[in-house]
Design a protein around this ligand. Structure first.
Ligand code: SF4
Length: 410
């Protein structure tokens, strides 16, 4: 098992663009947005579910580690020793420090972290405190991914994202003071109302903080989100496609100029000969390695078999508190990819990487008469794909329409 993902589902507010599984029922104290423009979209809390969740997550961990693995090709008694651990959410840094202590102790007790070289925790800047960062660092966390998204209040308001722009620098300082220097920052562009000058200011602030890694995303209007509902009724105007592409081009130009290597369509690592700042956990996803996800809504992938825990905290807690905790928790979306689908998926994931995918692998897995071979030839002719001596990869032109290029090869 290359990677372990932990889904910590609590947030103190639901950002309006977000479709990740998260719940907003933790009682106060919680950070708020002094400039909030719409009413908080949360229910008043009656029960604090963080302690129960932590117990449940530890119970789920105990079921898969140290002596259980669903990987049929490995020794059934092999302990779970992932090389990477990633705590996402939700807002993992909204879990209270004492509960983090329990979770980290459980991970150590089972030996789960014995071979882990990268342990990332996602953070909302408003919830990062020096105390929590010290506890995380003491518990083995060595990488933090801070959701900056923008450094301008107008853009954060447009996203209904509740943190203050100045909290990002404070969060970065707290991580560094605790000894966590491997820091990633997330940035969203093409936010309603954003201009190129605003994006430039965001990039200025981002680079001033000297992160080791960056993730940059054009805003996506996910179905079923409040932002998309506002778009539908005309209360929000999306940035047009040409401007979004120009913004992506500006991101490429600025980050390359600042010494970052663009190693995946949306991801950047400070350039070093040994690529040590690339996110090893996400690389496990992009290279189709095996990973296990724990927590409500967490997805897993083992040898072409995919599934996810039901995204429902109430059911998750009921399962682990109930009388059948020795069975797996409720899961859904089971899918076993056919060999043909696995080839499509490997192409999809591999071409997102700037290195691309090995030509030898393509030669072996895409036969000459197959529709994918014709699509690859066509895309080479259109200057969307190119061959290097060893790899097939997106061209600069193809990068701007990566999703539609890749869709032709699925
Ligand atoms: S903090 Fe993250 S997970 Fe929570 S609502 Fe906002 S974007 Fe979604």
């Amino acid at each position: 098992m290359a990677a372990l993902y932990l889904h910590l589902p609590f947030c103190f507010h639901k950002c309006h663009y977000c479709d990740f599984y998260s719940v907003v029922d933790t009682p106060a104290p919680r950070p708020g947005n002094p400039r909030q423009t719409t009413a908080p979209n949360r229910q008043p809390a009656t029960v604090d579910r963080q302690p129960g969740f932590t117990r449940a997550l530890i119970a789920e961990l105990a079921q898969v580690a140290p002596d259980a693995t669903p990987d049929p090709t490995s020794d059934p008694a092999a302990p779970l020793r992932p090389r990477t651990v990633f705590a996402g959410g939700g807002t993992p840094t909204f879990l209270r420090p004492a509960l983090w202590d329990r979770l980290l102790a459980a991970l150590h007790r089972g030996g789960t972290l014995d071979q882990t070289t990268e342990f990332t925790v996602e953070a909302n800047p408003e919830t990062v405190t020096p105390d929590l960062m010290r506890r995380l660092a003491d518990g083995g966390v060595n990488r933090v991914s801070v959701g900056a998204q923008s450094f301008q209040q107008a853009s954060l308001d447009a996203l209904e994202r509740w943190h203050r722009p100045e909290s990002v620098a404070t969060a970065v300082d707290a991580c560094r003071a605790a000894g966590i220097t491997n820091l990633s920052l997330d940035l969203i562009f093409a936010i309603p109302g954003q201009t190129m000058a605003m994006l430039d200011r965001d990039l200025d602030r981002l680079l001033e903080l000297e992160p080791t890694h960056l993730s940059t995303y054009g805003l996506t209007y996910e179905p079923q989100t409040p932002l998309t509902a506002r778009l539908r009724v005309g209360r929000v105007q999306a940035i047009d496609e040409d401007t979004e592409r120009a913004m992506y081009a500006r991101v490429l130009e600025r980050l390359e100029g600042a010494g970052f290597a663009h190693y995946e369509v949306s991801n950047w690592a400070r350039a070093t000969p040994d690529h040590r700042h690339r996110c090893a956990h996400n690389l496990a996803y992009w290279t189709n390695a095996n990973w296990l996800g724990l927590g409500p809504g967490a997805a897993s992938h083992v040898n072409g078999h995919r599934w996810r825990n039901a995204p429902n905290l109430t059911r998750y807690l009921a399962h682990w508190d109930g009388d059948t905790p020795d069975t797996p928790p409720p899961t859904q979306d089971h899918e076993r990819l056919t060999p043909d689908q696995r080839v499509g998926e490997r192409l999809m994931l591999g071409l997102r990487l700037s290195d691309g995918i090995e030509r030898a692998w393509v030669h072996e897995n895409v036969s000459a008469g197959h529709r994918r071979a014709a699509a690859i030839d066509e895309l080479l002719g259109l200057d969307m794909l190119e061959h290097t001596p060893t790899h097939l990869r997106l061209t600069r032109r193809g990068l701007f329409v990566a999703d539609s290029v890749i869709a032709k090869l699925l």
